[in-house]
Design a protein around this ligand. Structure first.
Ligand SMILES: [Zn+2]
Ligand SMILES: [Zn+2]
Ligand SMILES: [Zn+2]
Ligand SMILES: [Zn+2]
Ligand SMILES: [Zn+2]
Length: 460
C-alpha cells in the first residue's frame, strides 16, 4: 500500500483532456478544499437537469456547450466572491431517474412521498457546498425544503469527506452504513448498492459490492492518479470489459440510461457509442403459437423449417459469480446450496453455490429471477429441440446473416455430422469479468440486451 505522501509526489502534468479539466482540483488524493467543490457544484447546478443526482442520465461533458460552461464558471466565480451559492428559489422539475433505480428489490417501489403529484420535485441547493439536488433525488422531506437547506455532508461538518466508491469530490454525498460517504449517483450506478431507507436515500449500504469491482481499473482515472480506489461499473454492451467509476464516466460523457432491474443503469462506453443506437433497440418478437411454422436451429447446428409443438414458461435465476461474472439464465435446479423447488428462490443478495455445465460448483450471489418462454419445435426428421424465442425466426422475420448461412433444407439433414451440443450448455451464458479478458469485444447481438427486459416484462 502506498502512503498518502507517495501518491502526492507525482505532481500532475497539466490536464489536456477537456472533460477532465473541471476536475483537476477534485481528485480525492488532492487536499480537500471546499471552494473547489462549491465552484464545481455551482456550475453543475446551472446545467440541465440542475440536479447532482439525476445528472447521471445526462452526461456532464458536452463539448458543444463548452463556451457556455466557461461563461457559467465565470458567473459562479463572481457569485462566490459574495459568499453564497447562486440559486433561483422555487425551481422545480421532473427528476430523470425513475424511482425503480433507487429500489434494491424487485416488486412495487416504495411510494416516494417526496415527489409531487405531477412527478416533479423542488430543487434545493446546499448553502455550504452549493450542491443542488431534487428534494426527491436526495431524500429531502417536504418540511425540510427551504432556501437555507444544508446537505447531509455539510451538516456533519466533515468537509474532508469523499465518496468511498470513486475518486472524486463534489456532488451529492450521503452517509454509508459503515460510516463513510458515497455519492448518491455512485450508489445508483453500482448494481449491488442498496439504499437502506429508499425514500431518504440513506444510509447507503455498500457491503454487497463484490471485491472484483474494487479491482477493476477505471480507464479515466488510472492515468491521472496513482492510488486508485472505489468500485467500477462496466460497459453494458455484450461482454465489453471497459470499466470506470460512475463519476468518471459521467464526467467524461459516457451515456447512461435507465435499464431494467436489477441492472438499473445501461452504460455505453465510448467504443460502443457509435453502435449504441442499434444496440439499444429492444427487439420485441411476437409470441409463437403451437402449430406455427418457424425456422429454428437443429441439433446439428444448422437451421431448418420446423413446427412449434409446445410452449412452456421457464424461470431463470440471475446470479453474480464471485469472480464478478453474471448469468441471467441459470436454472433454479442448478442452485445446489438450496432446494429451490421446495423452498422457492433465495433471498436477493444471498450467497449460493451454482453447478455449472463444466461439472464444477461456483460461489455466487442470487440477484433475482426472470421468466422466459421456451418453445419445443419439431423438425421434419422428427427430432425436437427446446429453444428460446430469440433463437427462433418466424417466416416473416428477417434472418440474420449467420442464420442465413446455416439455413438448410430437410433433405440435407441426414448428411450433417452429428455435432451435438447439449441444450443446457447452449442456453447458459456468462459474462466474464474483464480480469479474464483484457480486450475482448463481443459480437454485438441486440437480442442479448433485449432478453432481460423482454423476459422481465413478460414476468410482470
Ligand atoms: Zn434529480
Ligand atoms: Zn453541502
Ligand atoms: Zn462517488
Ligand atoms: Zn475513475
Ligand atoms: Zn463497451
Amino acid at each position: 500500500m502506498m502512503t498518502v505522501e507517495e501518491c502526492e509526489t507525482k505532481e500532475e502534468e497539466p490536464e489536456t483532456e477537456e472533460w477532465a479539466k473541471p476536475l483537476v482540483h477534485l481528485w480525492q488524493h488532492r487536499k480537500p478544499h471546499l471552494q473547489y467543490e462549491r465552484e464545481y457544484n455551482t456550475t453543475a447546478a446551472q446545467t440541465a437537469p440542475h440536479c447532482a443526482v439525476c445528472t447521471l442520465f445526462m452526461p456532464y461533458h458536452q463539448p458543444e456547450n463548452l463556451e457556455e460552461r466557461r461563461h457559467d464558471v465565470l458567473m459562479s466565480a463572481a457569485t462566490e466572491s459574495q459568499g453564497s451559492c447562486s440559486q433561483e428559489a422555487g425551481l422545480r422539475s421532473r427528476p430523470l431517474i425513475p424511482e425503480i433505480c433507487f429500489a434494491y428489490q424487485e416488486g412495487p417501489c416504495p411510494l416516494n412521498t417526496l415527489l409531487e403529484e405531477d412527478g416533479s420535485s423542488p430543487l434545493v441547493a446546499c448553502n455550504s457546498c452549493c450542491v443542488q439536488v431534487h428534494a426527491s433525488c436526495y431524500g429531502v422531506a417536504v418540511h425540510d425544503v427551504s432556501p437555507v437547506w444544508t446537505c447531509d455532508r455539510c451538516v456533519s461538518g466533515d468537509f474532508a469527506a469523499g465518496c468511498c466508491l470513486c475518486n472524486l469530490r463534489g456532488g451529492a454525498l450521503k452517509r454509508t452504513s459503515d460510516d463513510r460517504w458515497a455519492h448518491v449517483m455512485c450508489a445508483v450506478g453500482l448494481p449491488e448498492v442498496k439504499f437502506i431507507d429508499v425514500v431518504k436515500r440513506a444510509p447507503i449500504d455498500i457491503s454487497a459490492i463484490p471485491v472484483q469491482r474494487y479491482k477493476l481499473k477505471c480507464i479515466y482515472c488510472r492515468n491521472r492518479i496513482k492510488k486508485l480506489s472505489g468500485a467500477c461499473i462496466q460497459c453494458s454492451c455484450g461482454r465489453c470489459p471497459t470499466s470506470f467509476h460512475v463519476t468518471c464516466a459521467h464526467a467524461a460523457g459516457v451515456p447512461m440510461e435507465p435499464d431494467d432491474w436489477p441492472y438499473v443503469v445501461f452504460i455505453t462506453c465510448h467504443r460502443h457509442q457509435s453502435r449504441s443506437s442499434s444496440s439499444k433497440v429492444k427487439v420485441s418478437k411476437s409470441e409463437l403459437e403451437v402449430g406455427q411454422t418457424v425456422i429454428s436451429k437443429h441439433k446439428n447446428l444448422r437451421y431448418y423449417s420446423s413446427r412449434v409443438t409446445q410452449v412452456t414458461a421457464q424461470t431463470f435465476y440471475e446470479v453474480m459469480f464471485d469472480d464478478g461474472s453474471f448469468s441471467n439464465d441459470t436454472f433454479p435446479e442448478d442452485i445446489v446450496s438450496r432446494d429451490c423447488a421446495q423452498l422457492g428462490p433465495p433471498e436477493v443478495g444471498e450467497a449460493v453455490q451454482v453447478k455449472w455445465p463444466d461439472g464444477l460448483f461456483y460461489g455466487a450471489k442470487y440477484l433475482g429471477s426472470n421468466t422466459s418462454y421456451m418453445y419445443q419445435v419439431e423438425f421434419e426428421d422428427g427430432s425436437q429441440v427446446l429453444a428460446k424465442r430469440e433463437d427462433i425466426y418466424t417466416l416473416d422475420e428477417d434472418l440474420p446473416k449467420k442464420v442465413k448461412g446455416r439455413l438448410s433444407t430437410a433433405s440435407s439433414m441426414r448428411f450433417q455430422d452429428a455435432f451435438f451440443t447439449t441444450q443446457g450448455e447452449r442456453k447458459r451464458r456468462r459474462t466474464p469479468n474483464s480480469r479474464f479478458q483484457t480486450d475482448y469485444i463481443a459480437h454485438i447481438s441486440p437480442r442479448t440486451f433485449a432478453r432481460i427486459s423482454e423476459t422481465r416484462s413478460k414476468a410482470n
